[in-house]
Design a protein. Structure first.
Length: 232
């Protein structure tokens, strides 16, 4: 039996438990995360504090190590899965307590493209950072994006493309938003392996995001700016 197996989560004090949650998220241990979330809630922690101090705190470490090439896609997917376990417990409670939402993003892979691993990872990491995510899935024509923007009223539109043949479709979506006078209503973030900064600029996106960690940081950045503008 490893030392890890001997740890009884309920016997740790709050600080130790949060530290243990960071480790368990990093290791993708979903059941342990679910148990720890339950313990913190029983101890009277507000759901929002569990989300931000324990789960988001842990995912920030995962995100940074992913960006720096210390963690790879399979590990990040496992960590994100563990995070989702904790989030599923907190989601209804957060809705009840009205915890502040960081922002909302509609995201989808563009028409003609069925790659979704990267998009899913971005969605999960963004959820981990407190964003509400509406995932449109794969192979989205411009109509799907427009409908979702209308009904969901997000702050951010995210688009993903993995093929050199599908990435130009992002411009079709952005140009349609311009034509309809809606472009400035949303922050448009784009990503996918064949893209780069120059392409992002050329099609009129607000930013190109190299990976999920950059997507989280960029989205947070734009939300801060938006809030500062509103309160100024
Ligand atoms: Co395809 N495929 N594939 N493929 N596939 C690539 C993209 C390719 C580069 C492989 C190669 O030839 N070397 C190549 C494209 C070549 C090109 O366009 N120049 C290719 C091809 C050709 C094809 C097919 C055409 C093959 C065929 O049928 N002949 C076909 C296309 C089908 C279609 O879409 N119409 C096809 C199919 C498939 C599978 C179905 C088998 C599978 C997809 C499974 C799935 O997604 N559910 C697949 C896979 C797995 C790949 C590779 C191997 C891996 C992609 C991936 O998941 N990477 C890929 C090779 C490669 O990229 N090295 C390849 C891991 C993922 C975490 O990274 O998606 O880059 P990524 O996402 C990152 C960032 O890019 C960024 O953050 C993510 C996380 O860090 N990001 C965003 C992504 N989206 C974002 C959105 C944002 C922000 C950031 O919005 C805010």
């Amino acid at each position: 039996m490893s030392q890890e197996d001997d740890i009884i989560l309920s016997e740790l004090d709050d600080e130790e438990l949060v530290q243990q949650m960071f480790d368990d998220l990093y290791d993708g241990l979903r059941e342990e995360i679910e148990e720890a979330v339950g313990i913190l809630l029983e101890r009277g922690w507000a759901p929002y504090d569990v989300l931000t101090k324990a789960l988001v705190g842990g995912m920030t470490i995962v995100g940074a190590d992913f960006r720096d090439g210390i963690l790879f896609v399979p590990e990040v997917l496992l960590a994100a899965n563990a995070m989702k376990g904790g989030m599923a417990i907190l989601k209804p409670l957060l809705a009840e307590t009205g915890a502040p939402r960081v922002g909302k993003m509609v995201i989808g892979t563009v028409k003609g493209d069925i790659h979704d691993i990267g998009k899913n990872l971005v969605g999960m990491m963004m959820e981990g950072a407190g964003f509400e995510i509406v995932d449109l899935g794969i192979n989205n024509p411009v109509e799907n994006y427009l409908e979702a923007l209308e009904t969901e009223e997000p702050d951010i539109l995210g688009m993903s493309a993995l093929l050199t043949t599908t990435m130009p479709y992002m411009k079709v979506v952005i140009d349609t938003l311009i034509e309809q006078g809606k472009r400035d209503d949303y922050v448009v973030l784009v990503g996918g392996a064949p893209l780069n900064e120059e392409f992002g600029r050329a099609i009129g996106a607000d930013a190109y995001c190299r990976d999920a960690a950059v997507a989280v940081e960029t989205a947070k950045d734009f939300m801060h700016r938006k809030h500062n503008r509103v309160s100024a």
